[in-house]
Write a protein that binds this ligand. Sequence first.
Ligand SMILES: [Zn+2]
Length: 227
Amino acid sequence: MIKIDLGNKTYVCPFCNHAQAFGHSFFRHNTLGQLAERLSAKDVLLKNSFDIFTFQCNNTACGCISVIAISLRDGHQIDLVPRVVMKHYPDYIPQQIRHDYEEANLILEASPKAAATLLRRCLQGMIRDFWRIKEKNLYAAITAIQNMVTPPQWKALDGLRKLGNIGAHMEKDVDLIIDIDPGEAKKLLRLIELLLDKWYLARHEEEALCSDIAIIADEKESQRKTE
Ligand SMILES: [Zn+2]
């Protein structure tokens, strides 16, 4: 959900993640518009209407438009553009993994079970790519990395595998329906984000820092030799 604080006039752009004051860069209108003035049951209708907020990001490198609807009845917020706020991961993470993650985000509310299945596939791709584990099935792949991750992390990975199985395989007993609710699927999504951060982003940052320090050390060494 797009983070917005109408009282303090701030929001976080869902495209570039910059927190900002929206000042003059927004437009607000009501879904009833001028029609409200001409209607007899104006107050009742207004209560059931929405205020639509359109923002343009102040970050010139972004400049993207976000649109939010807020119910005047209960303050409920509906994100219109973008429909779903999600993280955007860098290109050094394989495209298939990023696609599965993004698709899981898009379908999560409507179909949490299908999202869990996609996140399970995402995890399988990550273990294959990051840990170079070529096992055919996810159970064997997760077993193979048991000693490489922390025990709580391993238990969570196995949990994601089992929950993803609910959607991936037909239940043997068709009368037995086990559902996954959006809150549970969201937790699986957070787990994939945590692993992407801890595995891929952390490794990338470490490699960049180590390479920088090696370059600095080499430069100093050659300066010392020339003096
Ligand atoms: Zn932006």
